[in-house]
Design a protein around this ligand. Structure first.
Ligand code: CP
Length: 327
């Protein structure tokens, strides 16, 4: 593991998968693998980020991402502040950039930002001195979600290259889909985008994915079935005739799952809408569903990202408390 403690990540910010080479992704996944073991032991706290400050700035709601970034920072020893946006000066008309520059003046080391507008996180990153992590911007990217999905797949299947991954549902509005299509393609998986024409636009083919509008054909032989929720908060107008119709044609049921590989893994980034994009019984199948594994991997991946992005501002990594194997 010494090579992991010494490896350098050639990026100041993590704004999207688009900026990462395959070896950057592999480095995050290898390091995150070590942090999975740290998380599973009774004493989880390290001192790697002692003295560092992380501010979580979420302009959109979140359960998984915000909590796991908070846990990740605290488990690495950082001081973590969750800014309550609903009580912030943004409510008094302060601009996003002024808010970012104000926080920057308090000298945080990392800002973790979620925003409803695509590109907003990259814009803020240009106005601050610290590292910025994109925790989801509009329908653009959600890089740590794709990284935790990749870690889940790699641990359950032993590889990513050569697998067939069917990403199903509301691809059009999904930052998770975009980050996953980029990452999985880069690591050699064959990716399919499956859903109705209204939710899987033709332009998605530019990500190097196959498009399927027939769910059964899209699932044929798939090793991974990744379901997405209808992101109504980003929709203007109606994209499906009714929830009932949508579930009938695109909801993942036992019957439809029979078209995938016999050992196909079921994934969902959450939040999940049972009876809309996935049947509750399928989601809870302890042999096939990796949905709670994804949540666990989220903390480990975020620890790895925080560690790697701050390395050039820390003393030699060997002496900073990173002991993934020894405890
Ligand atoms: N997957 C995901 O981003 O979940 P949250 O919205 O709960 O953070």
């Amino acid at each position: 593991m010494t090579h992991l403690a010494r490896s350098r990540f050639p990026h100041r910010h993590l704004l999207g998968i688009a900026q990462l080479e395959a070896e950057d992704i592999e480095l995050v996944l290898d390091l995150a693998d070590s942090y999975v073991e740290v998380q599973r032991r009774p004493e989880k706290k390290l001192e790697i980020l002692r003295g560092f400050t992380q501010i979580n700035l979420f302009f959109e709601s979140s359960t998984r991402t915000r909590t796991s970034f908070e846990l990740a920072g605290k488990r690495l020893g950082a001081d973590v502040v969750n800014m309550a946006v609903q009580h912030s000066a943004i409510r008094k008309g302060e601009t996003l950039i002024d808010t970012a520059m104000t926080l920057n003046a308090m000298r945080p080391d990392v800002l973790v930002i979620r925003h409803a507008d695509s590109g907003a996180v990259a814009l803020l990153a240009r106005h601050v001195r610290c590292s910025v992590i994109n925790a989801g911007d509009g329908s653009h990217e959600h890089p740590t979600q794709a990284l935790l999905d990749a870690l889940t797949i790699r641990r359950r299947k032993g590889r990513i290259a050569g697998l067939t991954v069917a990403i199903c549902g509301d691809i059009a509005h999904s930052r998770v889909a975009r980050s996953n299509m980029l990452l999985l393609g880069r690591l050699g998986a064959r990716v399919r985008a499956v859903g109705p024409r209204t939710l899987v636009p033709r332009e998605i083919a530019s990500y190097g994915v196959e498009i399927h509008h027939d769910m059964r054909r899209g699932l044929e032989g798939a090793d991974i079935v990744m379901m997405l929720r209808l992101q109504t908060e980003r929709m203007q107008g109606s994209f499906v005739p009714s929830v009932r119709e949508y579930f009938r044609f695109y909801g993942l049921t036992r019957d439809k799952l029979r078209h995938a590989a016999p050992d196909a893994l079921i994934m969902h980034p959450g939040p999940m809408n049972r009876g809309v994009e996935i049947d509750g019984e399928v989601a809870d199948d302890i042999h096939r569903s990796a949905i709670l594994d994804q949540v666990e991997m989220g903390v480990a991946v975020r620890m790895a990202c925080l560690d790697l992005l701050t390395r050039d501002r820390r003393p030699a990594a060997d002496g900073d408390g990173f002991r993934p194997e020894g405890g």
